[in-house]
Design a protein around this ligand. Structure first.
Ligand code: SF4
Ligand code: SF4
Length: 548
């Protein structure tokens, strides 16, 4: 195996024998093959889309397959083999669709090879042999590190966008034009790239695609559950039976809340589900009592100590300890071998039974609450107040300290940075990196909390809307606002968000804790020159430079 798609890539170069995330050789190789097969489906689907034809099952499958290969999602070879068999069926559907579209248009269909011609091998060993032949390792040799790295940048951006598209689809929001863009992107990745410049152009197009997807998901979430509103979220447990819901899927939480009504079970959010406590249609349930624990990388310790059932709705799952393997459940595309998976019917009975069988919290812990719920709707409503505070000098600068958290050393930077931000500055947060400092008291400026949490990683869309609203209010470009972006990255959703910001022309983003292994020095030079991207230095140095 060779994988360098996330920040944990071993030695800063890539995982080879076993992923730092826990992905083994078999799983990694099957995922490589699934990406290859998915490109083959999109080769046909892209051509069919150009002729005005689509197949919604094919569209959804492509997005789901990409999402299944995101870091910390699917560790189960058996499920991956199932996806591969389905991929061959979907490829045949896409091929039929394209050929029919050609007949309708009186065109001769192209004969497609490469990924479009893939036929799954019979057994697991055969699939593994096929997967080994299509991974990124060989392409780094044949195409060179720069080109292969740029191709992966586009692919990882598409994977991140696919995860958001899947969440939107689950809530009934889809857009054929968005699916067509996924197919076009994957089809492009099967072609001989003309130049590094062309690849970079496609990377920005992937950022544009992700912006559209995040917009769709924002609409899906807010139409289903209302606009998040400022909320004091409880972050300490209370006595009683309990279920902890982690991941990013709002619908799973909503349905679990319905199924646990009047059952005497308290439901807690975990990790990236924390922002759910601010959605009116979710927080109306009195048994959604608060948030438990912190970011994903602490889950083995936290789930071990949690006296109830755990539902992992999407990434980021880690290898479950034996102590809680029988009371953790997966849903959606996340999977771990031997862990019970809740099907698409969302019947959470096994989760509820496990919660009732577990002891629950024996007593209340002292109450502690933190402010959340500052998504675009709330912040834009308060825009006049914010602009006034800036004009009167009460707010000097905004810092967006957003992105994923992770286990590697160097992430203390974000805690120290937030702590050192002067009192007359506001910190916007999003994604799980905020757990480094979101339980600290940062006070207020007037009646505005100094920490404004925009939500999950996909709620980067909120931060973008806020930045655009501020630039309108101040009649200047986003780059001229008193706003700096300090991002932490871990997996492919963060890649998608970064590409969106670059597509929007946002400059001078500081990125850490380390730079992606697939961005080669030559590509980094281009990103520095065109976008002023820079690695984080020390909190002191960065703050001094920014505020100067
Ligand atoms: S996803 Fe990250 S940790 Fe896992 S194998 Fe790939 S690079 Fe390594
Ligand atoms: S923000 Fe990224 S690292 Fe954090 S839980 Fe979500 S996917 Fe995982």
């Amino acid at each position: 195996m060779f994988c360098y798609q996330c920040e944990q890539a071993k030695g800063g170069t890539g995982c080879t024998e076993l992923g730092v995330c826990g992905k083994d050789d078999t799983t990694a190789t099957l995922q490589d093959l699934l990406v290859y097969a998915t490109k083959g489906i999109s080769m046909y689907a892209h051509r069919a889309a150009e002729l005005g034809q689509r197949d919604e099952r094919v569209d959804r499958f492509v997005v789901e397959a990409l999402f299944a290969t995101v870091t910390n999602v699917d560790f189960d070879p058996e499920r991956l083999v199932g996806h591969l068999r389905d991929a061959a069926t979907m490829r045949d559907r896409a091929k039929d669709l394209y050929e029919q579209a050609c007949r309708d248009a009186g065109k001769e269909p192209e004969t497609l090879g490469g990924p479009a011609g893939w036929q799954p091998a019979e057994g697991l060993d055969g699939l593994i042999d096929q997967g080994k032949a299509v991974g990124i390792a060989d392409r780094r040799v044949t195409l060179g590190e720069d080109v292969a790295g740029l191709q992966e940048l586009i692919l990882y951006g598409a994977k991140g966008a696919a995860s958001y598209a899947d969440h939107a689809q689950v809530l009934g929001h889809e857009d054929p034009a968005i699916y067509a863009r996924f197919h076009a992107t994957l089809d492009y990745l099967t072609r001989e790239p003309a130049s590094a410049d062309e690849l970079l152009g496609w990377a920005l197009k992937t950022g544009e695609l992700n912006l559209k997807v995040m917009e769709l998901l924002d609409r899906a979430n807010t139409e289903a559950y209302g606009h998040p509103e400022p909320t004091q979220a409880r972050v300490t447990p209370i006595k009683g039976k309990c279920i902890c819901v982690s991941g990013h899927d709002l619908r799973d939480l909503a349905e679990l809340l319905e199924q646990t009504k009047d059952k005497g079970i308290n439901v807690y959010t975990h990790g990236e589900m924390l922002p759910c406590l601010a959605y009116p249609e979710l927080k109306k349930h009195p048994h959604l009592v608060g948030n438990y624990g912190g970011a994903w990388q602490d889950q083995r310790k936290e789930f071990d100590a949690f006296p109830g059932a755990i539902l992992m709705t999407t990434n980021c799952i880690q290898k479950p300890k034996d102590s809680y393997k029988d009371r953790i459940f997966t849903s959606g595309l996340v999977a771990w071998p031997g862990v019970t998976h809740i099907g698409r019917d969302r019947d959470f009975t096994p989760v509820i039974e496990a919660a009732l069988a577990a002891p629950g919290f024996a007593e209340d812990e002292p109450e502690k609450r933190i402010p959340i719920g500052f998504a675009h709707h709330t912040v834009i409503e308060a825009a006049d107040k914010v602009v006034d505070a800036v004009q009167k000098g009460a707010i000097r600068h905004f810092f967006l300290v957003g992105g994923c958290d992770g286990a590697k050393p160097g992430r203390n930077y974000y805690t120290e940075f937030a702590q050192q931000v002067p009192d007359d500055c506001v910190i916007l947060t999003l994604a799980c990196g905020k757990y480094r400092f979101n339980k600290m008291d940062f006070g207020t400026i007037g009646d505005l909390p100094r920490i404004l949490d925009c939500g999950q990683c996909n709620d980067a869309y909120s931060a973008i809307r806020v930045a655009l609203a501020l630039s309108e209010a101040f009649e200047c470009e986003v780059n001229d606002l008193p706003l700096s972006m300090i991002l932490s990255w871990y997996e492919q959703k963060a890649v998608a968000i970064l590409l969106t910001l670059l597509y929007l022309g946002v400059r001078d983003i500081r990125l850490g804790p380390t730079l992606p292994a697939f961005v080669t020095p030559a590509v980094l030079d281009v990103l520095v020159e065109k976008f002023g991207i820079q690695p984080i230095a020390t909190p002191e140095e960065d703050l001094q430079t920014i505020l100067a």
